[in-house]
Design a protein around this ligand. Structure first.
Ligand code: SAM
Length: 300
């Protein structure tokens, strides 16, 4: 999908671009290679370690790159503080990176046994430990159901509550074994992935933040500027799709067949009628790309 991302995103090499999910800097590196010395990339990540790692990788682009450790949901303030009033493109490659999952000891993964954490930004107070050990059964079940689309959400939440009456659930390994004891071995990996994903989305308030980023980005895009979003979760994709559809609409339905719709001036043109998905080769090389959906819109 890399070439498609770049092809859609970088429309003018002298432009100002934002990578709102910098991660390891893989996309950023390719964007910077396409920019002229007059172009600028602002790389934002909520995770201080990602900023540090990407900074090392992108050192040779120092003069075109500005790194920001913050949540991209504050994109308007971040750009205002840099006196930037318009950008030519925004990239969002949502979720967490493989570095965060596998290497960074951030308690995201059910495969290791680390303290339950899952914060992208260690400065925030809510972490997975608090969610798992203090939320009531109903809230936990709702999160696991809504963000994880896990059918056994209520049973899992009940078992978590029973177990924490005995002692706090401190690690990813302890949580994984509680889930295993509830659902058994069949489809265990999928259930673990769904429950861990749900808690991560709650801890990082990912859906509300995505909506904020989209809302704020509209007023920041120069005419002809693009928003490119790669999502990995059906709820994320729905937020992006609805946002694009609303902003591209030429009328607001009256909801009454006797009253005409109200015409409106669209702000976005949708460039991907259907989301772009990874090809077979990419899917076989990178399992994470199997659930990826990319949508693109242009400011008009
Ligand atoms: C999938 S990775 C991005 C990988 C990156 N495109 C690359 O090529 O290396 C997502 C990154 O975005 C960050 N992130 C996710 N949501 C964020 C948000 N709302 N604000 C800031 N960073 C965010 C995560 O911390 C993570 O490092």
């Amino acid at each position: 999908m890399l070439n498609e991302v770049l092809g859609h995103l970088v429309t003018t090499p002298n432009g100002i671009y934002v990578d709102g999910t910098l991660g390891g800097g893989g996309h950023a590196e390719k964007i910077l290679e396409r920019l002229s010395p007059q172009g600028t990339l602002i790389g934002i990540d909520a995770d201080a370690d990602a900023i540090q790692e990407a900074g090392k990788r992108l050192k040779r682009f120092q003069s075109s790159l500005q790194l920001v450790h913050d949540n991209t949901s504050y994109i308007a303030d971040i750009l205002r503080s840099k006196q930037i009033t318009a950008i030519h493109g925004l990239l969002l490659d949502l979720g967490v990176s493989s570095f965060q999952l596998d290497e960074a000891s951030k308690g995201f993964s059910f495969r290791g046994d680390e303290r339950l954490d899952m914060r992208m930004d260690r400065r925030q107070s809510l972490d997975a430990h608090a969610v798992v050990n203090t939320y009531d059964a109903e809230s936990l079940a709702n999160i696991i159901w809504k963000y994880g689309e896990e059918k056994q959400s209520r049973r899992i939440a009940r078992t978590i509550l029973k177990r924490r009456e005995i002692s706090p659930i401190n690690t990813t390994g302890q949580l994984a074994s509680i889930i295993e004891s509830t659902v058994g071995g069949r489809f265990l990996t999928k259930t673990l992935a769904r429950v861990f994903q749900a808690i991560r989305i709650e801890v990082n308030n990912e859906l509300e933040r995505l909506q904020n980023i989209l809302n704020e980005s509209l007023g920041l895009l120069a005419f002809g500027g693009r928003i490119v979003v790669i999502s990995y979760h059906s709820l994320e994709d729905r937020i992006v799709k609805n946002f694009f559809n609303t902003c591209a609409a030429t009328s607001i339905p009256s909801g009454n067949k006797f009253q005409p719709d109200t015409p409106r001036v669209p702000e976005l043109k949708i460039m991907t009628k259907k989301p772009i998905e990874a090809g077979e080769v990419e899917q076989s090389m990178n399992p994470r790309s199997r659930s990826a959906k990319m949508r693109v819109a242009e400011r008009i």
